[in-house]
Each structure stands twice: as C-alpha cells, then as structure tokens.
Design a protein around this ligand. Sequence first.
Ligand code: PEP
Ligand code: MN
Length: 337
Amino acid sequence: MIAVLKHNTSDEQLKNLTDWLSAQGLGVHISRGNYQTVIGLIGDTAHVDEELLASLEMVDSVKRVTDPFKSANRKFHPEDSKIEVGNAAFGAGNFAVIAGPCSVESEEQVIAIAKAVKAAGATLLRGGAFKPRTSPYDFQGLKAEGIELLLKAKKETGLPIVTEIMNANHLPLFEDVDCIQVGARNMQNFELLKELGQTRKPILLKRGLANTIKEMLMSVEYIMAGGNENVILCERGIRTFDSAYTRNTLDLGAVAVLHELTHLPVVVDPSHATGASKYVKPMAMAAVAGGADGLMIEVHNDPAKALCDGAQSLTPEQFANTMTAVNAVRNAILDIE
Ligand code: PEP
Ligand code: MN
C-alpha cells in the first residue's frame, strides 16, 4: 500500500504519520520527490483501514498495491485449485454440473428430479432444505427433513448433495451433506463464514446480491483463514438498474476477473441470474464459453407447481437439452484452451 502525501506536509506531520503506522506493526519507506512525498507501507497491510488513512489531513491519496485477500490469491498460489465433492471435481480443468430443485418438496419430487438430472449428465444434486425467502409467509423449506430426503436421493443415485445453510447452529444437520452452500443473502454473514472455516467441508459461496468481487474474495478469506481451503465461488447475478426482464444481471466478466485473481474454481448459476427458464440455456452456454468451472441449474419436474423459483426452473427435458448444448460448447473450446 502506498500513501501519497499533500505537498505542504510538514516534517512533524510526516513523523506523526510514520509513528502511527509503525505502531500498527508496519515498516515505512519514505520517498521524497520535489513535489510529492510518497510513503510505502511494508508488511501485512490487510488490517490497515484504507479509508481512515486516506481521510488524514496530510494524505492526498492511498493506493493498495497488494491485495488484502491472501489465501485465495493466485499470486501466492499460481496453480488452479481442484475442489472435489464426492466423485465430482471443480477447477484445474475439471468441470461439474449441480442440478436439482430450488427446494426439496417431497421424497417423490427430489428422487425423480435426481434421477432425471443424473441421466442428463449432472454430477451433483442440489436442493434447498433451509430456504432464505424474501417473505416470511412463503415456503421456508422442509429443513431437517429436507436434508434427510436429499440423503435418500443420494443413496438412490449416488449423486453428492449441495444444500444451503443459513444458521451455524444447524451445522450438525449437515454432517452428511457433501457441499454446503452459502447463499447470496449470507455472503457477508461473517460469523457463519468463520464457523464454516472450522469445518473441512467443500463450501459453495454465492456472490451477494450487491457485492463487489473484492468483497466476495474477502468473504472467501473468512472461510480459508479458519483452515478450510475447499471453497468454490458462484456468480449468480447481481442487482443492477434493469430488472424488468431479468431477475438479476449475470456478471460473466466476474468469472474472468476471479480466474485472474484467485486459484479457486468459479461456478455460474444462470437460473438465479436470469430468473427465467428461457434464458438459462444461452447463459449456461455463455458461462462455459467464458471459462466457468461448473454450473448450478434449477430443475423441477413440474415447474408450474414448484413451491419456489418455478419461473426459472427447467423441466428435465429442457435440462437435458441444455446439457447437450453445454457439452458442445465445452468440446468446442477445448482446442482453444
Ligand atoms: C438458491 O440457490 O436456491 C438460492 C437461494 O440462491 P441465491 O442465494 O443465489 O439467491
Ligand atoms: Mn432458487
């Protein structure tokens, strides 16, 4: 991190500033030019409050030259990470598709969908048991029973399961869950992230509704700092100004940026990103062409009757058709990579 000082900074102000920085355990490198003095901060600047430093009277501007996220940073870990979930793997050339209903509704529903998505090539089953709904009057999920039903579907199909956690107190219920999802609304639930950092379960961390890429990487840091390095990122669309036709704006640029900044795999969820089943296939194809390490797609055997997110859910037939298209794109880009 460097701080550019205002040109009229006195020696006394400079000393006060360097003393303040030294007290925070940082080394200081001072470069005095004819017009400007620049201070280079040496050491772990992750704890430095950038805004506070920039607000000091003698400081003109502050620039971070090293990233505040360390564990996820590709600079310190140039190779892609491969994250395994059961027999499926994401990253380092591995690609996997997570498919299933928005929420687990019944044994028949989840098992029928699990079989259908497996037949079409999905390698993981998703299904919400604890549902973060905007309205408290909407279906909140089958909770513990929902997890039991997912485990039954896993037994029937062999597919590893991915399901969302909303409260760290529920962790004992997730003992046999293969991958724990942190939904968009909890991306900055830091206490939950810290608890997940104490586990060694693969975590699928979804981008928050209005969170920056840097904030997402800092949330990853919360998990990894606890020692859990099994993190998969998920771009699921962000809030922008136009919600008339799509639920969110799919930020595919984030996939390319994340691949540059971090060694962790990046999955795309075109279902929540668009909110409409007709846009899922083209966005799934685009995500794969753009280098996504996997997809998460909502599938329902009867979308019109789904208790949650029916409008964006594919039928098993539409999902199979999407998988054919996704595989064609994957094959087409293999030579390019
Ligand atoms: C979900 O995956 O069902 C979900 C609630 O997603 P998000 O957190 O991305 O809205
Ligand atoms: Mn959903």
